[in-house]
Design a protein around this ligand. Structure first.
Ligand code: HEM
Length: 450
């Protein structure tokens, strides 16, 4: 079917225009989910539906609707059913590949490793990585900031996760294997992760080899009896409520889950933060002054990154408003789900979209304007870069700490300028995570001699 919006019988929910006979809206969605969902909202408002290869998806866009979705119990709206494509990546028996009761306990283990009292440990690790990274910088130069932050956050993630010995023996092999896993998570995998042919076969080989590498590390640690201040140790020491420890394959799955959740989300947010700083020199100068003031009282980066840095934090929040790395937050309705007068049939996907929601003019006046001074919306479900409710991101404090640490170090010594035309830096979605378009070149200059 092609043409204007219509209302399929029985649901009362308008259908997004432009579906093709085969695949429905699949091709347009896969080409760029952010643009497709924006169009769907413009055309239909708070609720609409679209078809991904025969799977009904309902997009809900408003603070009230997000609250209804995020507060719904898993037995009604299931994240596990919606994200089954992650099961071969993290492994059977981990997160959405585990029974809900085990998954709940595993999530608590992840949260335990990310508790506020551990942030000091991670701040020191991240500070060391950032300082090592900056040691090679000249007084001025040009770099692809997306590539640079992708590499840096791979190092910080593996360092906090797997510890010092692993990080400093980090091989190309580990990065390549992790890359193979990432390549299997694309919009096309949403419908059927095994329809990926050779990509899926490479994913499975990479998952098996990663599990072997992580297993070797666990065995070495167990043999030495030493305790380490990292997430791997948290997983090794964790116990389920019945007293059982995580198996080696479960530990590998937890490591991969953490990497997936935290690596690109933080790297892409850092990249967009650098681009927006270069686009807005007035705000950048004010934040640099704020950072100078911090350093005038204390020179230690790891301590400064743990402090309130209000202007920098507000800037990062505005980056997350306009460029939220996760564009679609999805659940599968296991029973009919009622929202206002609508009945969303069991079996449908229900989607919230931070990208679309963060551009609502009634909540964010002049939504396309980058304005870090704009007030926070009254309703917490209006601003959802980290999701909401019982599945809200457990790594949000870690993520903010990391981006703050990076810019606290960078802005102390460097200022950024755009290399290309301001409008050429665009949101881009080659995978399910939003990032800046390629190339993403910035020029950096030392602010003062040290
Ligand atoms: C700017 C960076 C980040 C953003 C924007 C972000 C965003 C999100 C969002 C939106 C969700 C909820 C997904 C949903 O409701 O379907 C989520 C979940 C999660 N995030 Fe983050 N995240 C970030 C960084 C991190 C980091 C650094 C970690 C780990 C250290 C992490 C760990 C997790 C985990 C474990 C979950 C799963 C929660 C669950 O399954 O219930 N995230 N994240």
């Amino acid at each position: 079917m092609t043409g204007a919006a219509s209302t399929p019988a029985g649901t009362g929910i308008p259908l997004v225009s432009g579906a093709s006979g085969q695949g429905g809206h699949f091709a347009e969605f896969c080409a760029n989910p952010a643009l497709f969902l924006s169009r769907a909202y413009r055309e239909n408002g708070e609720i609409c539906q679209f078809d991904l290869n025969g799977l009904r998806n309902i997009l809900l866009v408003s603070a009230e609707a997000h609250e209804a979705v995020f507060r719904a119990p898993d037995e009604l709206l299931s994240a596990a059913e919606a994200y089954q494509m992650m099961v071969p990546v993290f492994g059977e028996g981990v997160q959405y590949g585990a029974p809900p009761e085990l998954e709940r306990q595993q999530l608590k283990m992840q949260a335990r490793g990310l508790r506020q009292d551990r942030m000091k440990l991670y701040a020191a690790v991240i500070a060391r990585e950032v300082q090592d990274w900056l040691a090679d910088w000249e007084d001025e130069g040009e770099l692809d900031i997306y590539e640079a932050f992708t590499r840096l956050t791979l190092k910080t993630s593996t360092h906090c996760l797997m510890g010092e010995e692993f990080r400093y023996t980090l091989t190309e092999e580990f990065a390549d294997l992790y890359h193979e896993l990432e390549a299997s998570v694309s919009p096309a995998a949403l419908r059927d992760p095994d329809a990926l042919g050779e990509v899926a076969a490479r994913r499975d080989r990479a998952r098996a080899r990663l599990a072997q590498l992580i297993g070797e590390r666990v065995a070495q640690r167990r043999a030495s009896g030493a305790q380490h201040p990292d997430m791997l140790q948290v997983y090794m020491d964790a116990r389920y409520e019945d007293g059982r420890a995580l198996s080696e394959d479960e530990i590998a799955g937890m490591v991969i889950w953490f990497m997936f959740a935290g690596h690109h989300t933080s790297g892409n947010t850092s990249s967009w933060t650098a681009v927006e700083l270069a686009r807005h020199p007035g705000h950048a100068a004010a934040i640099a002054a704020e950072v100078d003031e911090l350093y005038s009282r204390n020179t230690e980066l790891s301590r400064n990154a743990l402090k309130e840095i209000p202007r920098l934090q507000a800037f990062i929040m505005e980056v997350l408003r306009l460029h939220p790395p996760l564009v679609t937050l999805t659940r599968r309705a296991l029973q009919d789900f009622h929202y206002r007068d609508y009945v969303i049939p069991a079996g449908s996907n229900v989607m919230a979209s931070p990208y679309v929601a963060h551009r609502l003019p009634q909540t964010f006046p002049q939504p396309d304007r980058f304005d870090p001074t704009r007030p926070e919306p009254d309703n917490v479900f209006a601003f959802i870069p980290f999701g909401g409710g019982h599945r809200k991101c457990v790594g949000n404090a870690f993520a903010i700490l990391q981006v703050k640490a990076i810019f606290c170090a960078l802005l102390r010594d460097y200022a950024f300028e755009l290399v290309d035309a301001p409008d050429s830096y665009r949101d881009y979605m080659p995978s399910l995570i939003l990032r800046p378009s390629e190339p993403c070149r910035l020029r950096y200059r030392r602010r003062r001699s040290t």
